[in-house]
Design a protein around this ligand. Structure first.
Ligand code: FES
Length: 258
């Protein structure tokens, strides 16, 4: 984990209110794994003061070396500031942080489930799994078509299943229905999205009687990202307290909901 300033390479609105910001990557980010995050500090002054956590969305080799990207919806002052960055601007970060996804070795069929902007870390993860020759099925859900990541930007090897609550794209409903259908197919499942989605996925897994592990990447409000402030505390059902930034953001859903 290190603090660094990264130069913006490209800023684009990808779909709906969702933007991607590409930046020159420092050398040490090459050791990051999908599911880890960075804290971004928006603004030229200390307003807003606190950083915002963003999953690393994708890596690529640019004209002047490695680049990384974050994916975000414009929802407040910090993300509005980010959306106005242009090539050559600089943004301050700390990272990589947290515990990322832990795919088992020698398993082949990987099920990835994303709700809303929770798709962000799954894209880089899918890139990596496909490069390793694994089979990837991705289930993406949102309120409407405007919240669904474009299929054209995914590796062509990824099987995509889409659900929307208003039926404007794919199956009408939520991701839990295709998740239940695909759970017997997969060797391991991974998810990122809002907290109620995780509980619903855990309930489906428990009721199916399978012991297949489901790793969830929790989203939480993070003030420090460093295990100091406790703003990201979660409370597992069986007791105790875990910090999303330090103990996660990846948790086996059984560790939270069983
Ligand atoms: S964000 Fe401060 S302890 Fe996790």
């Amino acid at each position: 984990m290190r603090s660094f300033v990264a130069e913006v390479v490209e800023s684009e609105r990808l779909y709906g209110d969702t933007h991607a910001l590409w930046l020159r990557s420092p050398e040490h980010l090459a050791a990051a794994v999908p599911g880890q995050f960075v804290m971004a500090y928006a603004g030229e002054s200390f307003d807003p003061l606190l950083g915002r956590a963003f999953s690393i969305y994708r890596l690529r080799e640019g004209a002047r070396g490695p680049e990384f990207a974050i994916l975000y919806d414009v929802v407040g002052r910090g993300t509005d500031w980010l959306s106005r960055r242009r090539a050559g601007d600089e943004v301050r970060f700390v990272g990589p942080l947290g515990r990322g996804f832990e795919p088992r070795e020698r398993v082949q069929k990987m099920l990835l489930v994303g709700g809303g902007i929770g798709v962000a870390p799954l894209i880089w993860f899918a890139d990596e799994l496909v490069a390793q020759g694994r089979e990837v099925t991705m289930v993406l859900g949102g309120r409407s078509a405007a919240q669904i990541y474009p299929a054209s930007l995914l590796p062509s090897e990824v099987e995509l299943v889409v659900t929307t609550e208003d039926g404007s794209l794919g199956e009408t409903g939520r991701v839990t229905t295709p998740f239940e259908r695909l759970l017997p197919w997969c060797d391991q499942a991974f998810a990122c999205g809002p907290e109620p989605m995780f509980e619903a996925l855990y309930n489906v897994t428990r009721d199916s009687g399978t012991n297949k592990p489901v790793q969830g990447l929790l989203e939480a409000r993070m003030a420090c990202g460093l295990g100091i402030c406790y703003s990201c505390a979660v409370f597992p059902r069986k007791g105790g307290v875990r910090l999303v930034c330090h103990d996660g953001p990846m948790f086996d859903l059984r560790d939270l909901y069983a």
